[in-house]
Design a protein around this ligand. Structure first.
Ligand SMILES: C[S@@+](CC[C@H](N)C(=O)[O-])C[C@H]1O[C@@H](n2cnc3c(N)ncnc32)[C@H](O)[C@@H]1O
Length: 279
């Protein structure tokens, strides 16, 4: 089993995955949460929002994978795979340094490794999350796939400037207490020419959107609460998607953070979608 590397702003050195060293730039503070980031119930500043998110994921970690696959009817697996394939041109490089941000129990990182294997590459892949429980429940996946788990905050990334070739985040970025700060962190750690991929839920329009919206707002929270045995996280999910910037606004935020060639590709009628950008 790999050990989870715990990295804070006080950590110094490099992880066993290579390029990850520290020059963290702290951003989570006592800024009030407004339109800038996730706002779990009861949170009134960025610090308490981040704490509430971490506690929520620590609590649902034991049932997270099962709940996820059940609620998405396994479509999530297609989304991770499709995202990984999108970045095949980077993954195929043996010297590529890849970061799965907000990696949780690791399914996005596993899809990235599978794609790297498919193109016969030994790219280094790190899976970073601030929930110890989520990383712990992914440990067997991480060890089997030579992925280095790192326990750290996405808003205080323990990576050197310009050290990563690719940063991918699946269903995690939306949970950050400050989206713009998250984008700035990703931009900082990417090498010039490096790419970002943010896979997250959207709000599809039309009849499909109405049907899905009903499922997402009223059915999913009940089933999720029942499966996980924890009240809260699956009620927070639709609220967090509603609060997340719409595609055009998110693309503008990415440009403001410095990204070029930004785009959004809807997956499955826009239920999810992939944001891309280049440094
Ligand atoms: C919905 S899960 C997604 C996990 C995984 N990427 C997937 O696709 O299943 C969101 C993850 O983001 C993590 N997360 C949220 N905010 C974070 C932050 N500021 N720093 C690091 N991880 C964070 C949570 O701990 C949680 O594991």
């Amino acid at each position: 089993m790999p050990e989870i590397e715990k990295m804070t702003s006080a950590s110094v050195g490099a992880t066993s995955a290579g390029n990850v060293g520290t020059t963290p730039v702290g951003t989570t503070g006592t800024t009030p949460v407004g339109s800038t980031g996730a706002t779990p119930v009861g949170a009134n500043d960025e610090r308490s929002a981040a704490q509430a998110v971490r506690q929520m994921f620590d609590e649902i970690a034991p049932r997270y994978d099962f709940a996820n696959h059940t609620l998405s009817m396994n479509v999530d697996r297609l989304w991770w795979r499709r995202t990984a394939k999108t970045f095949s041109h980077i993954l195929k490089r043996n010297d590529a340094c890849v970061l799965d941000l907000c990696a949780g129990t690791g399914d996005m990182a596993v899809a990235l490794r599978s794609e790297a294997d498919r193109v016969k590459s030994s790219a280094a892949i790190c899976a970073l999350d601030f929930s110890h429980q989520m990383l712990s429940h992914g440990l067997s996946k991480y060890s089997q796939r030579n992925i280095q788990p790192v326990e750290a905050d996405a808003l205080q990334l323990p990576l050197r400037e310009a050290s990563a070739d690719l940063v991918v985040s699946a269903f995690g970025f939306r949970n950050l207490a400050n989206y713009d700060a998250g984008l700035r962190q990703i931009f900082r750690v990417l090498k010039p020419g490096g790419e970002v991929g943010i896979l997250d839920f959207g709000e599809p329009g039309g009849l499909m959107g109405k049907l899905y919206g009903f499922y997402f707002r009223y059915i999913l929270p009940r089933i999720g609460t029942w499966i996980s045995g924890v009240r809260g996280p699956y009620e927070y999910l639709p609220a967090s998607v509603k609060k997340f910037p719409a595609p055009q606004q998110m693309l503008s935020r990415m440009e403001a953070a410095g990204f070029k060639d930004v785009s959004w590709t809807p997956y499955t009628f826009g239920i999810a979608g992939l944001y891309r950008g280049r440094k």
